[in-house]
Design a protein around this ligand. Sequence first.
Ligand SMILES: [Zn+2]
Length: 266
Amino acid sequence: MRIIEPHIHMVSRTTDDYRAMAIAGIHTVTEPAFWAGFDRGSASGFRDYFHQLTVAEPARAARYGIRHYCWICLNPKEAEDLRLADDVLQIIPDYLDRPTVLGVGEIGLNKNSRNELSVLERQIAIAADHNQLILVHTPHLEDKRKGTRLIMDAIRNERRIDPGRVVIDHGEEHTVGEILDRGFWVGLTLYPTSKCSPERAVDLLEIHGMNRIWLNSAADWGVSDPLATLKAAEEMRRRGHPQSAIDKVFYDNPRTFLSQCPKFAA
Ligand SMILES: [Zn+2]
C-alpha cells in the first residue's frame, strides 16, 4: 500500500508515529501550519514554528524514510488579533521559497468573524502574489457551510487564483458537492470522534466520485489517528472497490494536486 498523507500535524506527534506510518506505507506527508494548542504571543513564536516546519520536521521524518513537506500561514484560530496578524503576514513570504514549502495553508475561517475574514483575504492575496497552492481549513462547528461559502467567495474574488490549485479541507456531506461544483479540490478528514468516519468518507466517495478528492487524518495534538487513512482504505476494500481505486484516492490524487508545485516529488 502506498499512501500520501496530505494533511497531518507532525509537530505534535511522536517519533513512534513516524515509524508506524513508514511501516504502513506512508512515505510522504504534508503538514499545514496550524494552531499549536495554545495562542502564540508574538511573530517570533511563529518564526520558531516555521523553522520547525521547514527544518526540524523534515529531518526527523527523513530518519524513517518519510518525505516531509509543509504549508506556511497564520491559521484562522490566531487571526483574531490584527496586530499579531500584521506581524506574522509580513514574515510569511520569507518562507515560501524554502525547498519543502508547497504553498499557503491551512488558511480559512474558524468562527467566521470579520477579523478572520480580513486576514484570510490578505493571505489569499499573498498566495496570488507568489503563485502558491492553497490549502483551506473550514470551520468545524455548525457554521461549516456558511464558512465554506465565505471562503470560496473570497478566493473567487481574488481573480488570479485558479480553483484547481486550491484544496478545501474538512469537507462533509453538506459541503462536498458545492466545493466540487465550483472547481476546487476537496479534502475529507478522518477523525475518531468528529468529522468523517471511514464509513462516511467512503459513502461520500461513492456518491461524488473519486476525482479532485483526497482523504487525510489531520492528526494533531488532539484525539486523532495518524493511520486513519489505512482504515478508510480498508473500508473501500471491504466494499469491493478495486486496488486501482484505492491507489487513486490515497496516492494518485494527492500526488496530482501537490505536483502542481514543482518542488513536490513522491
Ligand atoms: Zn489541520
